[in-house]
Design a protein around this ligand. Structure first.
Ligand code: MEV
Length: 326
């Protein structure tokens, strides 16, 4: 048996625009997905994802790929797509196409909520499954293979940002294929969660359609890239007030691209009005989480009273990426 964990993330800046080659700065947070893997000789795959959803579920399937389950298909696809992909990557890395696995996932990262749950499951899953087969992949190789999984699940449209950040930990910068760690202070993140989820594939496709139809949308994507470059300077100088101002602008630009929602906007305004340096949605949007910068407890408390917010919590930057837990 092998057990690995990998962190979730928030986007300080740059989601969506990063899909078109603009830079982005995601930051790993101390909320992890843990994946336990045991090889089995009958070639079957059994996935126990009891902690990924409120109801929990177990799926078991063999060579025909038809899961035997009784929960909403969209949830099954979301969770098992990443597990299937991670298993395929491990079989490929170990040159063992017929090996089966028992996989159990536990996650403190809500599914589809903008905190990188799927990337964390892919990274931890590939690490645990390859180690179970006696192979140690470098962190860079894990990030590359997890990116392939994410790209496949998102129908060919994904950046390397989520998977690289989850594999490496800390604050990272991703621009196309150029991925690296950044020096960053421990930022005072506050997260608000509306209990919902967005469909990343659909949201990414929506931004693509808008960008193809309207020049202003293409300009908006470029403007996000400019903003990220300014944000990197602020991060380098440890200028929290400027980081907050730029997060506010980034949220406005994401709203213009159609990926915010009423509850995300409500949580962003609640955090700002409580004195946060800035606040924005994080991840694909459509529902899920916002991230604010606030050293005090004020915005976390205000979010607790905001209609539509089901949970608010402080999240520390996690400087550690994928890690062995066995
Ligand atoms: C989703 O967490 C982030 C997006 O930029 C998509 C991606 O980068 O693959 C919306």
């Amino acid at each position: 048996m092998a057990v690995s964990s990998a962190p979730g993330k928030v986007y300080l800046f740059g989601e969506h625009a990063v899909v078109y080659g603009e830079p982005a700065v995601p930051c790993a947070i101390e909320r992890r997905a843990t994946v336990e893997v045991s090889a089995r000789s009958d070639g079957r795959l059994r996935v126990d994802a009891g902690d990924l959803t409120l109801d929990g579920f177990t799926v078991e399937y063999g060579g025909d790929g038809a899961p035997d389950v009784d929960v909403p298909q969209s949830l099954v696809q979301a969770a098992t797509g990443y597990v299937d992909g991670a298993v395929a990557q491990a079989r490929d890395a170990a040159d063992s196409p017929d090996v089966g696995f028992d996989v159990a996932i536990e996650s403190a990262i809500p599914l589809g909520a903008g905190l990188g749950s799927s990337a964390a499951v892919a990274v931890a899953g590939i690490d645990a499954a390859t180690r179970e087969l006696g192979i140690e992949l470098s962190t860079e190789e894990l990030a590359k293979r997890a990116y392939r999984v994410e790209r496949e699940v998102q129908s060919g449209e994904a950046s390397r940002a989520d998977t690289f950040c989850s594999a490496m930990g800390g604050a990272v910068r991703v621009e196309g294929d150029d991925c690296r760690r950044l020096d960053a202070p421990n930022l005072p993140f506050v997260i608000g969660y509306d209990g919902g989820a967005g469909d990343t594939g659909e949201l990414v496709a929506g931004v693509r359609a808008l960008r193809e139809e309207y020049d202003f949308a293409a300009d908006t994507v470029e403007a996000i890239g400019d903003l990220v470059r300014r944000g990197e300077r602020a991060l380098d100088e440890g200028d929290i007030a400027e980081l907050g101002r730029l997060m506010d602008v980034n949220h406005g630009l994401l709203s213009a691209l159609g990926v915010s929602s009423r509850s995300l906007d409500a949580m962003v305004w609640a955090a700002r009005e409580a004195g946060a340096h800035g606040a924005k949605l994080t991840g694909a949007g459509g529902g899920g989480c916002i991230v604010a910068l606030d050293e005090s407890e004020a915005s976390r408390t205000a979010l607790g009273y905001t209609p539509g917010c089901v949970e608010s919590f402080r999240a520390e930057l996690d400087f550690e990426g994928v890690r062995r837990e066995d």
